[in-house]
Design a protein around this ligand. Structure first.
Ligand code: GLY
Length: 347
């Protein structure tokens, strides 16, 4: 037997900068236009900010969670190909989490990877999905189950985009902000609670510090665990049940809203499994209610809900893995919970 070793031990530097500011994006977009970059733009952004894209040939994507699929991926790839993109092409993705996830995945796969730049325009994508390189589409009814870890060249966050978000979309993104506080930082949670009125009023100073804080936490987590073998799993607090809610509602409940309800239900599960005390359950409940999230969800189809839990990427043969918050500010991973046991707690 001949043994030839393919030695691939490597040191990779995929580091990148996240720029956070106000009113700087038009100039950045023009700069990428002048360099001949390709543009993928969320249709809502195009409708609200047409002047940014004057003279730019963009691929405009209608966004809904149902559109985050293989078909959209193929359409984007076809556009990139039609434009004659080569390996040195750059794709600028302007939009929310859906555009970023599908666009990033297209960039990761086209010619085995072209550069991509994230310009997140929703609170959810600014504080979470644009940072960390998770790119994916939904496949076969399961959420984000075909994708890659593929880091952007840079993330450009222009806070001014937040002024045109609907209240629903704003609240949707804020759920991920609360998530960081629950799992990592009790002081941050108190800051959010104390500044509720200003947050609701979209005070730019407060929002800038919130976005900065969330991106710092996320960058630190990703630095330690890019491929989600450990600490990064904590960022999925609320997401396992949240994905169940998204699937069961056929994506009628938006991601952040589903995660908010998921955080409450998962904390109740943590309590029932003996990992959290009543005080934590009450605090999670209070904070979610304060910001107007639903803590209950009526499951329509138990099979669909259970299938989503089983399809969760953290699940293994031995059972479901949950990222829980046993104590405010301290997340914990609990693995190997049999699906049946979880179903008994839920249904
Ligand atoms: N949205 C969770 C993560 O990026 O790991």
């Amino acid at each position: 037997v001949l043994n030839l070793r393919v030695d691939l031990k490597k040191e990779v530097d995929d580091s990148y900068d996240i720029l956070i500011g106000n009113g700087f994006i038009a100039e950045k977009i023009a700069g990428y236009r002048d360099k001949g970059a390709l543009f993928l733009v969320d249709s809502n952004v195009m409708r609200l900010y047409p002047s940014f894209f004057k003279d730019i040939d963009c691929f405009v994507m209608e966004t809904s969670e149902n559109a985050k699929d293989m078909e959209s991926l193929i359409e984007i790839m076809s556009y990139i190909k039609e434009k004659g993109a080569r390996r040195d092409a750059e794709l600028v993705v302007v939009g929310g989490g859906i555009t970023g996830d599908v666009g990033g995945f297209a960039a990761s796969a086209y010619m085995r990877g072209i550069k991509f730049i994230q310009i997140p325009t929703t609170l959810l994508s600014m504080v979470d999905s644009s940072v960390g390189g998770k790119v994916a589409v939904n496949f076969g009814g399961a959420k984000n189950n075909v994708g890659a870890f593929y880091q952007p060249e840079t993330v450009l966050i222009d806070m001014d985009f937040l002024n045109t978000l609907t209240d629903e979309e704003y609240l949707n993104g804020f759920a991920e902000v609360v998530k960081y506080a629950f799992i990592f930082d009790e002081e941050f949670l108190e800051y959010l609670v104390d500044n509720k009125e200003k947050i609701i009023a979209r005070d730019m100073d407060i929002l800038s510090s919130i976005v900065h804080k969330c991106c710092s936490i996320k960058a630190d987590v990703v630095r330690q665990d890019e491929k989600e073998d450990g600490i990064r799993k904590l960022l999925n607090f609320g997401h396992t049940i949240g994905h169940g809610i998204e699937s069961d509602s056929e994506f009628g409940v938006k991601h952040g809203m589903a995660v908010a309800t998921g955080m409450y239900i998962e904390t109740v599960i943590a309590f029932k499994l003996g990992h959290a005390d009543e005080k934590t359950v009450s605090r999670v409940e209070e904070v979610l209610e304060l910001f107007g999230y639903d803590k209950e969800y009526n499951i329509k189809n138990k099979e669909v809900f259970a299938a989503a839990l089983g399809a969760d990427k953290k699940a293994s043969k031995s059972g479901i893995t949950l990222a829980l918050t046993p104590k405010i500010g301290t997340g914990k991973i609990i693995s190997d919970i049999p699906l049946k046991e979880l179903e008994n707690l839920l249904f």
